[in-house]
Design a protein around this ligand. Sequence first.
Ligand code: SF4
Length: 952
Amino acid sequence: MLRRGVAEKTVALTRARVASRSFLATASKIRLENARSYSRKTTIPDVAGASFNICSQQNRRPRMVFFSQQRRFASTFKEEYEKHVAERAAQGIVPKPLSPKQCSDLVELLKNPPKGEEEYLLNLLKTRVPPGVDEAAYVKASFLTSIVKGSVSSPLINKAQAIEILGTMQGGYNVETLISALDDAQLAPVASKALKKTLLLFDAFYDVEAKAKAGNSFAKEIIQSWADAEWFLSKPEVPKKITTTVFFVKGETNTDDLSPAPDAWSRPDIPLHGLAMLKNAREGIIPDKDGEIGPMKQIEELKKKGHPLAYVGDVVGTGSSRKSATNSVLWFMGEEIPFVPNKKSGGVCIGGKIAPIFFNTMEDAGALPIEMDVTKMNMGDVIDIYPYEGVVKNNATGEVLSEFKLKTEVLLDEVRAGGRIPLIIGRGLTSKARKSLNLEPSKVFRLPTGASEKKPAGYTLAQKIVGKACGVEGVSPGTYCEPAMTTVGSQDTTGPMTRDELKDLACLGFSADLVMQSFCHTAAYPKPVDVVTHHTLPDFIRTRGGVSLRPGDGIIHSWLNRMLLPDTVGTGGDSHTRFPIGISFPAGSGLVAFAAATGVMPLDMPESVLVRFKGKKQPGVTIRDLVHAIPYQAIQDGLLTVEKKGKKNIFSGRILEIEGLHNMTVEEAFEISDASAERSAAGCTIQVDKDKIIEYLNSNITMLKWMISEGYGDARAMERRIASMEEWLKNPVLLKADPKAEYAATIEIDLDKIKEPILCAPNDPDDARLLSQVQGDKIDEVFIGSCMTNVGHFRAAGKLLREFTGQIPTRLWIAPPTKMDAGVLTEEGYYSIFGRVGARIEMPGCSLCMGNQARVGDSTTVVSTSTRNFPNRLGKGANVYLASAELAAVASILGRLPTPAEYLEYAAKINSTAADTYRYMNFDKMESYVKSAAKVEISAEAREAAKKHFSK
Ligand code: SF4
């Protein structure tokens, strides 16, 4: 078993690194004299006589603002809060957690509580403030710390009670006060009890260890408790029998059904967002208000049977990597977390098939996901699940309804620990404590099984890349490992949740080498809540050492790909984070936050499926057609079915490994790897020729330098990446699959035999068909955009449209992936062509692809270059074909799908100027970028670090 040791990596929230970025460092500039940066210790300021509020509007920087007349706020606190409670109750939801301002007002009231409101106010402080490093948590921890220090008092909270409440805050701002209290004979027993169950300590562990070594008996007890895994053993085991009521959703539930894109703005507000779960009527599901509010009454009715609900479906969780989707399910079917407002964990999810990312996200949240045959289960059935025996019975009759095998026994530990992430962090803490006491590794936890003992005859490319990230030659399928995360991406609809998860993890500095945040999903038509995100999230990312893009810059992947290092591993909170070089394992926001914070990610190494192309690409056939050739061939080979019931999908949860395509640029490689998301693959590797990677990296170095010159931050993260790229280029060696590598299946695709375009028919990205099978269908709207496109696609479309006089018969949407593409297309005159034919030109970004902003008309038929065509994604009731930009352009001109012969005639025109059309943006050959880049110096420190890394 490979473990890089999260315990060690988490320590990488190092003092020096965090110190320069920390929120508290900002606070210290404005007179919080006692504030020290949260690194090794989080010193909470003494707030005697003054409370404060946190304002994030001014200068877009979190700032501490003292309110000399705080009572003015406090006096209206209860009235305003109760108004909010009533408004939320009218919507059928619980109030929001307290904001920093509300918490500050509450603190004032607690110092001198109005008669009769004591319990009410105290309960709010205890239960309605988010834990971790949320700003409100900071206010709460500061107040309690001041009580402990004796500089502030409350008739409701004595020193021991303050320690007790601090002990429920999980980590972050509460930690130092708890550790300091170990030196106080009165408070030490309470602090010790709390610390024994606190996991988010990071390098504060060493402070407790130092006290233990210096003879502090309470610290000794704590270390022993961690070594004995008391934090884990004190929690109840998963019961032998779980009785639940089935909430059955027929067919496929994709994450858009659970967390609809148009409601993305409300995702961080879990109870509010939950109202949109399954809001569109479908067989067996009765929304309270079709298209607006999901089946809340139906859920309440089922709960009256007296059991928690289990989410059950034929296929569950396909599509985007949305933590919000699991949040919504758990909000109705999970359990409360003590002292954590508006979040739940636990619950049971059963699927004939559960999409891998959704499965992992459920694990992270402490739910029990189980794959099994669900054909004997119906809505409202009460069932008994026997997790240790692998049987499900009808509660009333005892009839066996299904049998199953847990994916791994470790799931039982994950549920007990409250989730996979707490389990990993807790195991790390236990192992550190045992090391400190010179004890053998703990035997308390179940170990992952499944890896073959013997070394395989050869490793695949993915197995080698992950091996490299774990410091070994290769990693066999089934092996649990924790590869280093070199690059982590976050986009704007999952970003706010990732931010919340980072706060919960008490993270104030990233350990992953490069973390990048984009604003591609919400920039074009932002809601007020998106505007707040645009203003606040960049600073949150940069102050932790990450790189933040700006609204209007464009799509996450089109930028992140340009920051990649060959043969490295990463992740992203967007299911299309599918690196064209190296490998990415996209994940839900909880795991992405974990990867960014700790620099590693837990991974059960999946098996691989090889797709080998051979032969020569035929005229008119595009890379997008090859993307669709993969499901098309898999269907022919009997490895994939379109039907959901009993669905077969050889790619699901495996790594798609592609080889045999030569002379392909990295941009083209991404078009292919990107679509591995539609295959429900866990990840994707693609063999790209070395000269193309060298060309790409040289271009990207210039782009990154240009970014620094344009004031993007964090500049140090970009400098580190530039230095690493330059170091790799000095000795450009690429990993390769061994000839004897083993795959779960091999699919061969003969390019000589693909002579016409392949599309995906409405509304399923698996339903790949030849153009001749769908030709002639009338088309109303056409979308050319998304991360599947690059500048070449827009030139190709522009060249076809240039020949056309008048206005096209369709509504054509044009959305370039980045502002750089938009700049080139404008300079070259393509924007004027698009404008002349009546196209609607959108801001660079995701545009129609996610369907959360502008939408196609209801029930229209559409040709789209976007990634997926799930029902209602692009527009309500829309029928969406997925196709190449070239075919989409032809359809926009004809108003119908052409015949193959018609298409090939158009394609021949593009082909005649292919070298000009498919010219990619090589920034090192673009004068304005080169000029700006020339001004940027890379620090000696960054160069030295890169040299060291590559010399290992
Ligand atoms: S373009 Fe579409 S698939 Fe790509 S990142 Fe945006 S929403 Fe996701």
